[in-house]
Design a binder for this molecule. Structure first.
Ligand code: F6R
Length: 354
């Protein structure tokens, strides 16, 4: 009998809306989004006092990725707010990227209105909904992205425009080259790790198999990989419908490591996945090793995933793609459809009624 992850007919029946097909388009969607963002006139955005990204869930993670990318490169701070209320410092010097795929997320709508009223200059990234309507009413420039996808599968379309604006505004050198490399690499990796590559030679399928029946604990070995670890956790939650947790070195050494002390307790349920970057500083590599020796022995398994590529954007997104695929494969192994997120839909519905 063909192994489930290598059986295209079985996968089609488990994934009627083709989440896996969307996941492997990350590189194409990134390029498309980047081009849409580059069309925007970015005058006034050259020297922001502060950049604020607003967005929830699948629309907020793009902000986390942007922040990690600019951390060591931009001469200003990037803050990501996933809330109704923007910080009190928001004012005319702030440049705001308000992202909501549907355009109807109440937290983002409220934070956008408040930032706008505080005098911040905003750009909206959305496929439609109330956010686009309100942007039109306020005269806010808008990057209108194609609709019809689950927001988390539109990551390339949400991150791409922000990178396009960043490139037009000249925030950092070489972003266009980074996007081109990332898109090329992601297409290559999509075939290396994608559904057509048999499990015996596919590390993403292999890792998904190890995660069945366990709680994934995703650790970023360093700051660059931090948003990738968060993305892994949220994709495991939404696609595989499993509980998962995440953290980042070195901070986790100052608290979470102690929580691994009780051998024979729930740790036996945990599978640790460490997201590594070939350019991780030696000090952090050593930290990961020592942590593994001291604390992680009780885990059911320990895995490392190494970023690929050269530009930081390519390295970061290679980790994202690997995790997205693992989450879809784990959904298949759990026999759940990766696309519906009934709990999120119900929450939004009930809150809208209230
Ligand atoms: C659904 C998903 C969610 C949404 C979030 C915000 O695929 O990933 O996390 O992204 O509920 O909705 P939007 O993105 O429409 O603002």
């Amino acid at each position: 009998m063909t192994y489930v992850l290598d059986d295209p007919a079985k996968l089609r029946s488990l994934d009627p809306q083709d989440m896996v097909g969307l996941v492997v388009r990350l590189g194409d969607l990134l390029e498309e989004g980047f081009e849409l963002g580059r069309r925007l006139d970015a005058s006034g955005w050259e020297r922001p006092g502060h950049v604020l990204v607003l967005g929830m869930g699948g629309s907020g993670i793009g902000g986390d990725l942007l922040r990690a990318l600019l951390y060591e490169r931009a001469p200003f701070a990037v803050t990501v707010v996933k809330d109704y209320v923007p910080p009190a410092w928001v004012g005319p010097g702030t440049r705001v990227l308000a992202c909501s795929y549907s355009g109807n997320t109440e937290e983002t709508l409220a934070a956008y209105e408040a930032a706008s009223s505080a005098g911040a200059q905003c750009v909206v990234v959305s496929s439609g909904g109330q956010l686009v309507e309100r942007a039109a009413a306020h005269g806010t420039p808008t990057v209108r992205i194609p609709g019809g996808l689950p927001p988390r599968a539109a990551l390339g379309l949400l991150l791409g425009p922000m990178l396009g604006v960043a490139d037009r505004a000249g925030w950092v050198e070489g972003l266009g080259a980074g996007v081109a490399e990332a898109a090329r690499l992601l297409r290559e990796l999509a075939s290396e790790w994608g559904p057509g590559r048999p499990a015996a030679e596919n590390p993403a399928k292999e890792l998904a198999r190890a995660l069945v029946g366990h709680v994934p604990v995703v650790y970023a070995a360093s700051r660059l990989a931090e948003p990738a670890a968060l993305r892994w956790k949220t994709q495991l939650n939404e696609n595989s419908k499993v509980y998962a947790t995440w953290n980042v070195f070195p901070e986790l050494n100052h608290n979470e490591t102690v929580g691994w002390a009780l051998a024979g307790q729930p740790e036996a349920l945990l599978q640790v996945v460490v997201l590594r970057d070939p350019q991780d500083p030696p000090r952090l590599v050593r930290r990961v090793q020592v942590t593994r020796e001291i604390s992680l022995g009780a885990a059911a398994g320990y895995h490392e995933v190494l970023a690929r590529g050269s530009h930081p954007l390519a390295r970061l997104l290679s980790l994202v793609l690997f995790g997205d695929l693992v989450s879809v494969y784990l959904a298949y192994l759990n026999e759940v459809d990766p696309t519906p997120v009934a709990v999120i839909d119900e929450l939004k519905r009930r809150l809208a009624d209230a």
